[in-house]
Design a protein around this ligand. Structure first.
Ligand code: VG1
Ligand code: CO
Length: 543
């Protein structure tokens, strides 16, 4: 085995987005592309010599190759130990759990999360810091700056590590421990939730369906739902991780998890349905003939947290990303705890969690989590719901409808316009931004504009400021229209339009959100001229 120092030149565009660096697989397969990024990570880490890193991926195409490169580069850069999931598999929440449990220096996750996989699909890499969470912007910006200066990288010439054999192997001075990807994570879940109560509940004839979408949660769901909790065989669907996710798009929403949604919407469908994404940090929650929006899910979990062992002592606070509905704020107000509004992306919750200011966090994009780790956590959300159901023994629909009667319903929808020409999307946002000052105090449709701004956030813990995080138009009655461009896509630009309106009248709680929000949907188009500028008559995805 010998150390090789390889001369290289920078690649443009290696700037991490909302969640890591994501590009088409073919981009990552270019010689030196991944190596440059990995070396840039090692170059900005201080004091990592001899330390432990946690490494794994969601099993997508190129995962194993990327892990071999990473291991050989870790060995050449003086890392002491790498914990790697067997077969190269670790969900994002499992990585966060392992970093914290073993006091690792940090972790590297190979995933493009909800983006499609396979040779024509996307690949990605994320770096997590010692608290178990995504690297904050000052770290990702330092990595990016380094990628633009890089001249060489270090790699060990060595045979591949056997990723399927549990136990320790040596790679020069690096110890590689191949570990069971599920065990530690399962242990953490058992400490948070009442497994016995859930087991009894499931044994009472309740039927559940969990769609792992051929992504990383398959092994976790098999072990936890069918193994520990005794759900019958067949409760986990698409439980085998595949490099191309079986040709599907591992994004657990109403469009991409259609077969699960259809199953749950049958009259004789299961009582509870759920799905997770590529890397296992997202969750979709369904009842029989009922869809729970992620924003409502966060609010329901907060309102019922006292029924669950890990949260019995109460919540310190709640945090939600800015576009997430204000349903959680209403629960926080009733509980007398603070509710923080952060920019989109889990990295902005890290400081609040570390400082003990919040216990639960959530995003409208099917992400929910808590202080148990520093990532959103798909199966955790599923177990939280099952624990609540096991205690309350009511259908999902009834629990949510009761919640609306108590707190009002924050009717909510997100409209995505995907694959737009970048210039069109950027001009739309720029013009919208310029027009903001004129709207405050004006009546638009039946409503008065209370504020119109471009969201900027000052972290209450470290004082860092992040601006241009989405255009918000807020109305007198609390309704909002929000526009932002995605930071995870790899083809063109994706415009996201988020719509929200509070409905206090229970007689109107059953309305289809597209009907209840009709006036705002029209207004959103009018203000930004979406149809005229993009030529699109309707969104590609509505959630
Ligand atoms: C999207 C979501 C955001 C989420 C991010 C990563 O980002 O909107 O809420 O944190 O994906 O999720 P964007 O910039 O495309 O809107 V994951 O599960 O893909 O790592
Ligand atoms: Co994800």
């Amino acid at each position: 085995m010998s150390l090789r120092i390889v001369p290289t030149t920078p690649f443009p565009g290696q700037r991490p987005g909302t969640s890591g660096l994501r590009k088409p697989v073919s981009v990552f397969q270019q010689p030196h592309y991944l190596e440059n990024f990995v070396q840039s990570i090692f170059d900005v880490l201080e004091g990592s010599a001899g330390q432990t890193l946690v490494v794994g991926g969601d099993g997508r195409y190129y995962n194993r190759e990327a892990i071999q490169i990473l291991l050989k580069m870790a060995a050449a850069n003086g890392i002491g130990r790498v914990l790697v999931g067997q077969g190269g598999i670790l969900s994002t929440p499992a990585v966060s759990c392992l970093i914290r449990k073993y006091g690792a220096y940090g972790g590297i996750i190979f995933s493009a999360s909800h983006n499609p996989g396979g040779p024509q699909g996307d690949f990605g890499i994320k770096y997590n810091i010692g608290n178990g969470g995504p690297a904050p912007e000052k770290v990702t910006e330092a990595i990016y700056a380094r990628t633009q200066q890089i001249r060489e990288y270090r790699i060990l010439e060595a045979p591949d590590v056997d990723l399927d054999r549990l136990g320790e192997q040596r790679l020069g001075s690096l110890t590689v421990s191949v570990i069971d990807p599920v065990a530690d994570y399962l242990g953490l879940m058992q400490r948070l939730f009442d497994f016995e109560a859930i087991r009894d509940y499931l044994a009472s004839g309740i039927r559940i369906a969990f769609d792992a979408m051929h992504a990383v949660t398959g092994p976790y769901a098999h072990a936890i739902l069918q193994g520990s909790l005794g759900a019958p065989e067949g409760s986990v669907l698409n439980g085998q991780p595949l490099p191309d996710f079986g040709g599907g798009h591992p994004d657990p929403n109403l469009v991409h998890a259609r077969s699960l949604v259809e199953l749950l919407f049958r009259e004789d469908g299961p009582d509870f349905g759920a799905a997770s994404d590529g890397d296992g940090d997202r969750n979709l929650i369904l009842g029989r003939q009922f869809y729970v929006t992620p924003s409502d899910s966060l609010a329901v979990l907060a309102a019922n947290a006292h029924r669950v062992p890990g949260y019995r002592e109460g919540l310190a606070g709640i945090a939600r990303s800015m576009p997430t509905s204000q349903a959680a704020d209403r629960v926080a107000a009733k509980l007398g705890i603070p509710c923080y509004e952060t920019p989109t992306g889990w990295k902005f919750f890290g400081n609040l969690l570390d400082a003990g200011k919040v216990t639960l966090c959530g995003e409208e994009s099917f992400g929910t989590g808590s202080h148990h780790i520093r990532e959103k956590d798909g199966l955790w959300a599923v177990l939280f719901w099952l624990n609540i159901l096991a205690v309350r023994r009511q259908p999902v629909r009834q629990i949510v409808e009761e919640h609306w009667r108590t707190y009002g319903r924050n009717v909510y929808s997100r409209h995505d316009y995907e694959g737009l020409p970048v210039e069109v999307a950027e001009a739309l946002m720029a013009d919208l931004r310029r027009s903001l000052p004129g709207w405050v105090g004006q009546r638009l449709g039946s409503q008065l504009v209370a504020y119109a701004d471009d969201f900027s956030y000052t972290d209450p813990v470290d004082g860092s400021t992040t601006s241009h995080q989405g255009i918000r138009i807020g109305f007198e009655d609390g309704s909002r229209i929000i526009y932002r461009l995605s930071g995870t896509g790899t083809h063109g630009a994706t415009l996201r339009v988020y719509l929200e309106r509070l409905e206090l009248d229970p007689a109107r709680h059953g309305l289809d959100p597209q009907v209840a929000l009709a006036e705002q949907i029209q207004l959103a188009d009018h203000l930004a001229q979406i149809r005229a500028r993009t030529g699109r008559q309707q969104p590609d995805v509505i959630t």
